[in-house]
Design a protein around this ligand. Structure first.
Ligand code: ATP
Length: 354
């Protein structure tokens, strides 16, 4: 199967800044693919290279197998949705959605029909005659989506499209966006620095660090089997143990990670003991900061089953910590044989996505 997008040895330098520093990637047709990473890691630049707003220093961009590296944005079968929506304030919602088709000189009847379809896809049929400023943030975001979908691109590029929304609306839009992507079947490439957002929506995620990809995997695989300390630390909360701490707590040298929810307080066969030095109440769960005897700190997560600040564990209390061996993620270099491998589809894991 030909990939929807192929990046080969992609590099973009700005003077001394290695914004994108050698990216190889295949994104499958119909995939919801996220690019996740901290600010400045190169995600947006990769997106702009795919769209054609940016020229590669070296390397290639292929869309459906065709080399488009030298083509301008309008000659590429992709559309981009930006964080700031970029709607025209003086036009109605419908005019905004039809605008791209008008530029392409699509006849009026066709234009109208396709705009109606696109507005229906984002459930804004009833809002066509409004102006953008008469809409909520989430509705404006949906207009921006409709305006991209109306062109029926093979690939939709989304650059932090939910960044301007409050948390509740953002969560709602995440569900809607994923549903929309399933309905239209278009390949989505989604840029975000929000790991929870990426985990919620994606079929696969590429984790970026300093212009390179650290790992490409399904959300479950990324969380359960991070390939590097960077991924373990960036995706979810992680207890990273290395050097003397690893030897003391894991009983052997290396680099290890244990997720806070995999550590049990006062479970059977404790591995280490310590003192609770912090209780962070987060509503549905509590985080316990435990200073382990010998000088290290572990974060433990427990569901808040007892209401309020959990009655059973309080600051200053002595606790025993236990975990199952299979929940220890070994990040020691010799365990990371797959690092540096290409991110081609053929190398994709068969693990399920949730
Ligand atoms: P964010 O999440 O903050 O948007 P990002 O991962 O998308 O970050 P990019 O915007 O791709 O990161 O930027 C990668 C690096 O390239 C940064 O150091 C940035 O300052 C630099 N950079 C991006 N565009 C340019 C430019 N036009 N000129 C010079 N440097 C640039």
């Amino acid at each position: 199967m030909t990939a929807a997008i192929t990046l080969r040895g992609l590099v973009r330098h700005f003077g001394d800044v290695r914004a994108v520093d050698g990216v190889d990637l295949d994104i499958a047709e119909g995939e919801f693919f996220s690019m996740l990473g901290p600010s400045g890691s190169g995600k947006t630049t990769v997106l702009r290279l795919i769209a054609g707003f940016e020229q590669a220093t070296t390397g290639q961009v292929l869309l459906a197998g065709r080399d488009v590296t030298a083509l301008p944005p309008y000659a590429r079968d992709v559309n981009t949705v930006f964080q700031d929506y970029a709607l025209f304030p003086h036009m109605s919602v419908r005019e905004n959605v039809e605008y791209g088709l008008r530029v392409k000189k699509v006849p009026a009847g066709d234009r109208r029909r396709r705009a109606t379809e696109a507005l229906a896809a984002v459930r804004l049929e009833a809002y066509g005659e409004r102006r953008p400023q008469q809409l909520s943030g989430g509705q404006r975001q949906r207009v921006a989506l409709a305006r991209a979908l109306v062109n029926r691109p093979s690939v939709l590029l989304l650059d932090e499209p939910l960044g301007a929304l409050d948390l509740k609306l953002r969560r709602e839009m995440q569900v809607e966006l994923k549903q929309l992507q399933r309905e239209v079947g278009i390949t989505f490439v989604f840029v975000t620095h929000d790991q929870e957002e990426a985990l919620t929506m994606s079929d696969r995620i590429a984790v970026f660090n300093a212009g390179r990809i650290e790992q490409v995997a399904s959300p479950t695989e990324l969380y359960e089997s991070p390939a590097t300390s960077f991924v373990a630390g960036f995706v979810g909360t992680s207890n990273l143990l290395t050097g003397a701490a690893a030897e003391r707590i894991m009983g052997r040298p290396g680099t290890f990670s244990v997720r806070p929810e995999k550590i049990h307080l006062d479970g059977p066969s404790p591995r280490v003991s310590g003192t609770v030095t912090g209780v962070v109440y987060l509503g549905s769960v509590n985080h316990y900061i435990v200073d382990v005897d010998g000088g290290d700190t572990l974060t433990v997560l427990r569901q808040n089953l007892h209401g309020g600040a959990d009655q059973l564990v309080t600051q200053g209390q002595r606790v025993d910590l236990s975990w199952h061996e299979e929940h220890v993620i070994d990040l020691s270099p010799q365990e990371r044989g797959h690092l540096g491998a290409s991110h081609a589809l053929s190398a994709q894991s068969n693990k399920e996505t949730p």
